[in-house]
Each structure stands twice: as C-alpha cells, then as structure tokens.
Write a protein that binds this ligand. Structure first.
Ligand code: FAD
Length: 423
C-alpha cells in the first residue's frame, strides 16, 4: 500500500493515549492524520491503568530512598517494586543511570520539569472534556492518600510539606475518623490521610474509545494490526515506513510506541533508554460497599479507581523485561494489599486481571521532540507512570513542533539529546 498522494500527511505509529492525543492536536492544525498500531487500538499500557490525572504526582521515582528499596526487592518476590535478576546489560545500564539520579537535588529539578507538563496537561484535559463532552467518567474530586499506620502517616507528612513548600501543591490533612466522610467503604482505625483537591480521574478505556471515535468522525484514520517493521531513510529524512500491511509515505512521522520504543533505536539511529516497568490491575464488579472515591494507599503502593460499574485495584512496578505473564499470586497480592483499608466484600475469584508495560526512562521524564538525525521523525514516549496525566500537553507540544510554533513549555528537559550526551 502506498499513500503518497496526500500532502502534509502525518503518520502516528502507536495508538495508545499518547498517539491518540497527538492525533487530536495534529488534526486540529488541519493535517491529514493516520494512526497505526501493531495490535488493537489502545490495547497497550493505556488500557487498564488507574486513570488518575494527577498534578500532585510531581516527584520522580528517583527519590533518595529508591536505591535501598530496589536492593531490598532483589530478595523479596512480594515487593511491589521489584527488579527481577537477569543478565540484560541494557537493564543494568538503565539501573546505574537511575541510581545516579536518586538524590534530593535531581529529584527537585526533575520534579519541576514534570510539574510544568503536568499542569499544562490538566488545563488541556479540562478544555477537551468540556469542548468534546467525552464520556469517560471524568471526575474532578481530587485524590485521597490514605495511611493505615501512624508511622506511615508521619513519614508522608514530610513529603506533603515538600510538595507544599517547594511545588505549591496544597493538600488537606485528614484524621482517621474523617475518612469515612469521603467514602463509606473505609475500615475504622485507619491513621489518616491527605486530600489533594487539584487531581482528577477518569476511566481510561472509555476515554480511549470515545476519543478515537470522535477523531475518526473528523477524518483521522486509525488502522489496527499494522506493525511498523522498518523505515527507509534518505537525505536525513524517513522516506518510507514498512509495515505488516504495506508501505507508507508521510511528511512527518510521530513515534508513540511506549515501552516498545527501544526496538526502534537501530532504525532511527539513536539511543532510547526505556525499560518496561510492568504493573498489574484487577477490575472488579460492583459489590456491597464498593469504594466510590479515587484513593491511594502509599504504604502498600496500591491505588483504587472507582468506576460507574465496578472498581479497579492497580499497583506494582516490576523490571522483568518484556514479560507477558500475569501471575495469579500478584493479582491476589493486589487484593490483599487493599483489604485492611476497605470493608468492601469482594470475592477472591473473578475480576478482569490486566498487565501493562509502563515506558520507564531513568530520569522519570518523558521524551518529546525531534529525532536528532532525522528532520521528519518525532518521538513522544517515555511517560513512565504518568502517561494518562501527561498525554494532552504531549500532543499539544508535538503539534507545535511540527507546525513550527514556539512550544508552550520549554522542551529542552524532555529532549532525546539528554541521553545522547551520556550525562
Ligand atoms: C498499573 C498501572 C497503573 C497506571 N496508572 C496510571 C494513572 O493513574 N495515571 C497515569 O497518568 N498513568 C498511569 N499509568 C501509566 C500509563 O498507563 C502509561 O504511562 C501510558 O499508558 C503510556 O502510554 P503510551 O501511549 O506511551 O503507551 P501504550 O499505551 O503502551 O501505547 C503504545 C502503543 O504502541 C503500539 N506499538 C508498539 N510497537 C509498535 C509497532 N512496531 N508498530 C505499530 N504499533 C506499535 C503498541 O501496540 C501500543 O498500542 C499506569 C500504568 C500501570 C501499568
């Protein structure tokens, strides 16, 4: 197949939330947009995640205590953050670069870079939800962080103070007996929590489907089961894209391949240091006393996302390569971790288990920008644990870049060049 008849055609490879958001903003500029995906649309990491749109999550994973946590996990198969010992030099190089950044100074610096794009993304979501009226269970109720033990609550109070003083993110502290006013599902005896009113939540699969349908109605073409295999380059440009469904030409190509991005390094002639950070969720049907409020239990590193129908428990971060298995013990662990907080009477059987590979960079920042050696190739990837939250600003930035407009946020911190220099 060859479709070179259209001028100003943009091809987006990867139909996760990042590819969809790029399609939205590029279609608005009047470009002719096609999105392809190797599998079904939005069937990757953007499907079964927790759906928090959370400007409160400014702190990168590279916090000072992260190395200790990672080392401990080597010997604990039940740890929510786990590195599976394996002989993969790219993983160990990634870990080394990650470890180098686990200090207060870099945590704050990268937190500021994350905050710029998180805040912009939230504003864009508010506009899009209002304008497009997308049915995705959008709720601007905030996010609750809940603690079981006084020790956990006290330790987190330091982080909350940092968020307030350094990033201006304000929360409302809650005593244990105030929690039930948020959600009747809480057990008694919890230590307390913090409410971040600036966060929102949505149901990811509904957002993806609704947004794709809206874009299709505007002429954006979505093609599934169409895998990018290789590219042909000519004079610093990609001239052809070779897929399992034929050959394509486009004026610009945007690669939104999430955790699969490193497989493209050789084709694009650049380093894309991303590791898959595997997480799991289980989506349960509504039962008696289902939780109603989006909440996190940081002591267990578990999140609960209530939906109109049912609710989701999500967590875990495993560095285990491109592993597709969903071990029943990990799903059982998700449910067990939430048990002490909720008196919801769910069954130990059933539910819809899911895994996703988060595209993890070693500095917790996304990669948004032009491929250094190619004039018409762009990357929008590496959104780590925040791809839903960062999608809209990412799409806007990519459209600005392709249109030659000044980016609304400084793009330098997200540039691929930061890896090429080896810093
Ligand atoms: C348990 C869990 C909970 C999470 N909760 C949240 C949350 O609450 N809030 C939040 O902001 N983020 C959350 N995340 C993170 C978020 O899900 C990801 O950051 C985001 O989905 C990444 O989106 P993406 O479009 O880059 O990747 P993906 O959705 O994985 O999309 C990449 C697409 O590229 C396609 N592709 C790959 N290779 C090719 C090829 N060769 N040819 C064609 N297509 C190809 C894939 O099939 C896939 O569809 C969570 C993640 C997990 C695992």
């Amino acid at each position: 197949m060859k479709n070179g008849s259209h001028s100003r055609e943009v091809l987006i490879v990867g139909a996760g939330i990042i590819g969809i958001a790029c399609a939205h903003y590029l279609a608005k500029t009047g470009r002719s947009v096609t999105v392809i995906d190797q599998r079904k649309l939005a069937g990757g990491c953007s499907h079964g995640n927790c759906g928090y749109i959370c400007p409160s999550h400014v702190l990168p994973l590279t916090e000072p205590s992260a190395i200790k946590t990672a080392l401990k996990s080597l010997f604990n198969p039940k740890a929510p953050f786990r590195v599976k010992p394996q002989l993969d030099p790219t993983l160990w190089q990634w870990m080394w670069q990650f470890a180098k950044r686990c200090n207060h100074r870099q945590m704050i610096a990268n937190g500021k870079h994350l905050q710029a794009i998180l805040n912009s993304s939230m504003q864009e979501y508010q506009k899009i939800i209002a304008e497009e009226k997308l049915e995705c269970e959008w709720k601007e109720e905030g996010l609750l962080y809940v603690f079981r033990t006084a020790k956990g609550l006290k330790a987190y109070a330091e982080t909350d103070r940092l968020l307030s003083e350094t990033f201006g993110i304000k929360s409302r502290p809650l005593a244990g007996d105030e929690l039930s006013s948020f959600d009747a599902a809480f057990t008694s005896g919890l230590a307390g929590g913090f409410h971040y009113p600036g966060d929102a939540s949505l149901r990811p699969d509904l957002l993806n489907q609704g947004w794709i349908e809206r874009l299709k109605a505007r002429g954006v073409r979505f093609i599934e089961n169409c895998k990018l295999v290789r590219v042909t380059k000519s004079k610093k440009r990609i001239s052809n894209i070779h897929t399992t469904r034929g050959e394509w030409e486009a004026d610009e190509i945007v690669f939104c391949l999430g955790a699969w991005s490193p497989r493209l390094c050789e084709e694009l002639g650049c380093k894309i240091p991303i590791q898959p950070g595997k997480g799991y969720s289980i989506t349960m049907s509504s039962v008696k006393d289902s939780p109603k409020y989006p909440m996190l239990f940081p002591e267990e590193k578990v999140g609960i996302s209530p939906f109109r129908e049912g609710f989701r428990i999500g967590s875990m971060m495993e560095f285990a390569g491109y592993d597709r298995i969903i071990p029943p013990r990990r799903i059982a662990q998700l449910k067990q971790s939430a048990r002490p907080y909720l008196h919801t009477q769910w069954s130990e059987e059933g539910g819809e288990p899911w895994y996703g590979w988060r595209p993890m960079t070693w500095d917790s920042l996304p990669i948004i920008g032009r491929v250094p050696s190619l004039e018409n190739a762009f990357l929008a990837t590496g959104h780590n644990m925040l791809g839903m939250s960062l999608a809209t600003a990412t799409g806007k930035l990519i459209a600005e870049l392709i249109e030659g407009d000044s980016p609304h946020i400084d793009l330098e911190p997200y540039s691929l060049r930061r890896f090429q220099s080896g810093k």
